[in-house]
Structures are given as C-alpha cells and as structure tokens.
Design a protein around this ligand. Structure first.
Ligand code: HEM
Length: 126
C-alpha cells in the first residue's frame, strides 16, 4: 500500500469537501480583515464615504439560510452536489474564507486543494 501524498489531493474529492465545509462552518477569520475604500462609493443603495472601515461578514455570506441548504449542518456533500462548482478562489461571493481580490490571503495557494495541487506541480518541476 503506497502513502497518500500531496499530489494525490486532486483525487480525494471527499477530503476536499470536508476541508471546504470546515472552512464554511467555522471560518478562521469570520469578518476577514478590515479594509478601507479610498473613494466615495455606493453599494446596495448605501452611500459609503471615502476612508470608511469596511468589515465583510464572510461567515454570514457562507451561512445565510437564504443562500445555503441547511447551513447549520456539517454536510461536506454539499460541495460535491448542489455547490460542487463553489471554490474558495472567489468564483462565488457566498464563499470567501480567504477573502477575494488583490488583498486576499496568499495562503490560498497552499491551503486550497486546487492551489495545493498547483503548488506541488510547480515545486516538482524545479
Ligand atoms: C486556512 C488557513 C488560512 C485562512 C482561512 C486565512 C484567511 C485569511 C483571510 C480571510 C485574510 C484576509 C483577506 C481579506 O480581507 O480579503 C487573510 C490575509 C492574509 N493571510 Fe491568511 N489565512 C490562512 C493562512 C495563512 C497563512 C499560513 C499565511 C502565511 C504563511 C497567511 C498569510 C496572510 C497574509 C500575508 C494576509 C494579508 C494579505 C494582504 O493584506 O494583502 N494566511 N488570510
């Protein structure tokens, strides 16, 4: 029996789903880190003056029952079934445990299964 190694991660969809579900339900940084807008902005009908402190409630985005089926349940299968296309990369604003955009967490490369795979490939080709 051979050992399971990092390059195998892309062949372990259940493991990926468990990691994603853990990060959804028990988000490490539920309000992300504070951001600031440089210019006046309008968002969802609200006026946001320049230099406001912005806290994004990423936990609520990932646990809002209006957008998730039984969000209080630990159910990794959701990431294999109805939410199979959702990635932490920011392709779906309901799920941003690493933030999104230019100031998002650089560790997403290592921590997310897809990134981890890309990382192992880049290391093995050196
Ligand atoms: C599962 C583990 C981790 C999670 C869930 C996580 C999550 C986050 C979040 C939510 C942010 C704020 C993003 C935003 O506000 O848009 C952040 C920022 C950051 N994280 Fe992580 N992080 C993790 C691990 C790490 C590790 C291991 C490192 C370093 C090796 C790291 C380095 C950073 C840095 C440098 C920033 C600031 C990026 C910037 O402001 O440009 N993170 N992380």
């Amino acid at each position: 029996m051979s050992a399971v190694c990092e390059p195998d991660i892309h062949r372990l969809p259940n493991l990926q789903a468990v990691v994603k579900e853990t990060l959804r339900l028990r988000m490490a940084i539920p309000l992300l880190v504070p951001h600031m807008n440089l210019h006046d902005a309008k968002l969802g009908g609200y006026d946001i003056p320049a230099e406001s402190k912005i806290l994004v409630n990423a936990w609520w985005l990932a646990n809002n029952p209006a957008h998730w089926k039984n969000p209080e349940d630990f159910r990794p299968e959701r990431f294999l079934e109805e939410d199979a296309k959702v990635e932490a990369s920011g392709n779906d604003f309901r799920y941003i445990p690493f933030g999104v955009g230019r100031r998002s967490c650089p560790d997403i490369i290592l921590a997310s299964p897809k990134g981890s795979n890309a990382f192992s490939i880049s290391m093995s080709t050196r």
